[in-house]
Ligand binder design. Structure first.
Ligand code: SF4
Length: 43
């Protein structure tokens, strides 16, 4: 997993839980093709 603190449906506890993402952790989040905004933390 990689570190990520975006408000993304895949981000949990500061980590990306999307297994497909195996890029280096320093990848700018704006380049993440998997980002999906989540509207509340329970989603
Ligand atoms: S999919 Fe991208 S934006 Fe979403 S948690 Fe993972 S790295 Fe962050």
């Amino acid at each position: 997993m990689i570190a990520c603190t975006e408000n993304c449906i895949y981000a949990e506890d500061g980590l990306c839980n999307l297994n497909e993402v195996t890029k280096p952790s320093s990848t700018p989040i704006k380049d993440c093709p998997y980002f999906k905004e989540r509207k509340n933390k329970n989603d």
